[in-house]
Write a protein that binds this ligand. Structure first.
Ligand SMILES: Cc1cc2nc3c(=O)[nH]c(=O)nc-3n(C[C@H](O)[C@H](O)[C@H](O)COP(=O)(O)OP(=O)(O)OC[C@H]3O[C@@H](n4cnc5c(N)ncnc54)[C@H](O)[C@@H]3O)c2cc1C
Length: 414
């Protein structure tokens, strides 16, 4: 099988890169093992919330000038703001509706009801400019009876600290009874499938209409619109007061929808997406990858001009931690990590974890190094890259999308 570019990993980074390349006439295939971080999405995409020295960031475009030299953003040179704009446009082109601005972080509501800064938020959710937006509001927090992945009590406690008055309630639809028989079935995606049915959604709206009188805002878990955002629009349009959806514990309904929309756009542009297959090894000659091989295709090789490693971090097995080293299992790429396992982590769970900054070593063009030699046609994008602590710095989605666009443009421009 022969392509212009073969991408290993079909999460946010791999799909962003593939869409950009296909749009510019390059024939791409994506091979992807399975679910990506999008399936666990908070509903927001972070660009830069904090510098590595702990300085809080309000304006990522201005703050990026102070980014440390090992950070993936440092490799983009002066193109950070340009690629942030292109990433937002790519979402719009894929019919993924988001709100937000690279020059000004807004606040998102977490599954615990706390507020955190972020860059782009799915239009399902309500971006806030400040905690004071909530002061004095009377809020009704409604759950589906028996749904355990939305903790109304945590949300109410947090909201009350922001000066709101909350009441907790639940709805009980006969259509959800079948799921409720087994608690393991009562998951966000299954509920969303039930509520995708127009009649069931109408029954819910009727139930809510009877409860919301006297409240300023009604809060619900984000269990609407698995395959399209239409149920979200319908729900919000039907009630007289603002509806605030709150992200649930994984799986993330809007995240899965976005993954599907990105994949659909890639395929509509002519890209080939092979889900459920894993790339396991490669042939090299003169510091160039000749071909790669996958589990499902055995001896049948994938041949391409260029190869892009978008296999994610530890979570997706893009990086694997061994007893005293961290490895990248497909190509055996060099990985930047500090020797001595004790220095990898802090015993206090919430402190900065050093292992989060480890990742595949590249040059400024994001070409991968193996045994310190640059591989001419092998690039790394997204969370497989090192140099940042995506949790503490709040830059996960930004790194995935901006590095993917940067590498794609370098290939397009030769
Ligand atoms: C659980 C979780 C939740 C997150 N939530 C957020 C969030 O809400 N907002 C935010 O800004 N950031 C979040 N992040 C940070 C996240 O890293 C980025 O936002 C981004 O989505 C990562 O995209 P990626 O494509 O680099 O990697 P991934 O999404 O991990 O995708 C990598 C893909 O590669 C595939 N793969 C791996 N190895 C192979 C192989 N050998 N062959 C074929 N396929 C392979 C995997 O199956 C996976 O589908 C989260 C991270 C995690 C781990």
């Amino acid at each position: 099988m022969k392509f212009d570019t073969l991408i290993i990993g079909g999460g946010l980074a791999g799909l962003t890169c593939g869409i950009r390349l296909q749009k510019n006439g390059m024939k791409c295939a994506i091979v992807s093992t399975g679910q990506s971080a999008l399936h666990f999405s908070s509903g927001s995409f972070d660009l830069l919330n904090e510098l590595s020295d702990g300085t809080k960031v309000d304006n990522p475009v201005a703050a990026v000038e102070k980014i440390n030299m090992n950070h993936p953003y440092a490799k983009l040179g002066s193109k950070f703001a340009y690629y942030a704009g292109e990433a937002k446009q790519l979402f719009a082109d894929c019919a993924i509706e988001v709100n937000g601005d690279a020059a000004h972080n807004h606040l998102r509501i977490t599954p615990m009801g706390t507020l955190k800064p972020t860059w782009l938020t799915f239009s399902d959710f309500t971006p806030l400019s400040s905690a004071s937006d909530m002061v004095g509001k009377k809020i009704l927090i409604v759950n589906m009876a028996g749904f355990l992945d939305f903790n109304t009590k945590f949300v109410a406690d947090s909201f009350e600290k922001y000066g709101t008055e909350c009441r907790i309630s639940s709805v009980n639809l006969p259509e959800l009874e079948r799921l409720r028989i087994s608690p393991t079935e009562m998951r966000s995606t299954n509920i969303a499938r039930v509520l995708d049915n127009e009649k069931t959604l109408e029954a819910l709206i009727k139930e809510l209409t009877g409860q919301i009188s006297g409240f300023d805002i009604v809060v619900l878990p984000a269990v609407f619109g698995l395959s399209s955002a239409e149920p979200v629009r319908k729900l919000k349009g039907a009630l007289d007061i603002p509806v605030w959806l709150i992200p649930t514990m994984p799986p993330s309904v809007p995240g899965i929808r976005a993954q599907q929309q990105l994949r659909r756009s890639f395929e509509e542009l002519g890209g080939v997406y092979m889900l459920g297959d894993t790339v396991v090894k490669a042939d090299f000659k003169d510091n160039k990858v000749q071909a790669v091989y996958s589990v499902n295709h055995g001896d049948i090789s994938f041949v391409a001009e260029n190869f892009i490693l978008a296999s994610g971090s530890y979570f997706s097995n893009g990086l694997v931690a061994q007893q005293d080293s961290v490895v990248e299992p497909v190509f055996g790429s060099d990985v930047d990590f500090t020797p001595g396992r004790d220095g990898w982590y802090d015993k206090s769970f919430f402190n900065k974890q050093n292992y989060m900054t480890f990742g595949v070593a590249t040059n400024d063009k994001l070409q991968v190094k193996i045994k310190s030699e640059i591989q001419q046609n092998l690039y790394a994008v997204g969370s497989v890259l090192g140099g940042s602590n995506t949790i503490h710095e709040g830059c996960g989605a930004g790194i995935s999308m901006l590095t993917a666009l940067y590498v794609a443009d370098n290939l397009i421009n030769g």
